[in-house]
Design a protein around this ligand. Sequence first.
Ligand code: 5GP
Ligand code: MG
Length: 187
Amino acid sequence: MHDDIERILLTEHELRVRVVHLAAEIAAVYAHDEPTLVAVLKGSVVFVADLIRCLPIPLRLAFVWAESYRQGTRAGRLELSGLPPEEDLRGRRVLLIDDILDSGRTLSAIRAELGSRGAREVRTCVLLDKPVRRAVELEADHVGFRVEDLFVVGYGLDFAGRYRNLPYVGALKPRVFASASGMERAP
Ligand code: 5GP
Ligand code: MG
């Protein structure tokens, strides 16, 4: 697996340090309220697991499924499922968490859904941000790192279902994209 990585963009250490700082930023925002963290599956799972263990505040955790990358690195139609029910959202402050903000379509669609289910406020937090790729108007309230316009994997992010378990964020070698047709994408 490590052989498929062309270069490491963010090391384990850099990720750990930044997550601690992000958690401090977030804890200050919710000093007086118990937020509901809504994490987007599957990509944000590693990030949110690390983040919540650095948050010394009462919180609730929920998940939503979003599937947008149907074929390799190309975005397909966005499908949302498993959104928290209205009774879990009504009147609550929500922090929506994703691995990466790219076109912005995923977070903007989920944010609208959470709002229409009665959330009092929806803030957003992403580990990575690719601002040059934005197609809808959306800036995250908390951003771990801004990254260049490159397809990245690791620390939760996949390519064709693989590489989520890499402990760092890296860029794939071009030959991996070329041989992707033989790989299965996890559901
Ligand atoms: P958006 O809706 O903002 O275009 O896309 C967000 C989703 O696209 C992310 O949750 C992630 O699943 C996927 N995505 C965007 N850029 C990358 C990338 O560089 N690497 C990987 N693995 N996924 C990406
Ligand atoms: Mg995702």
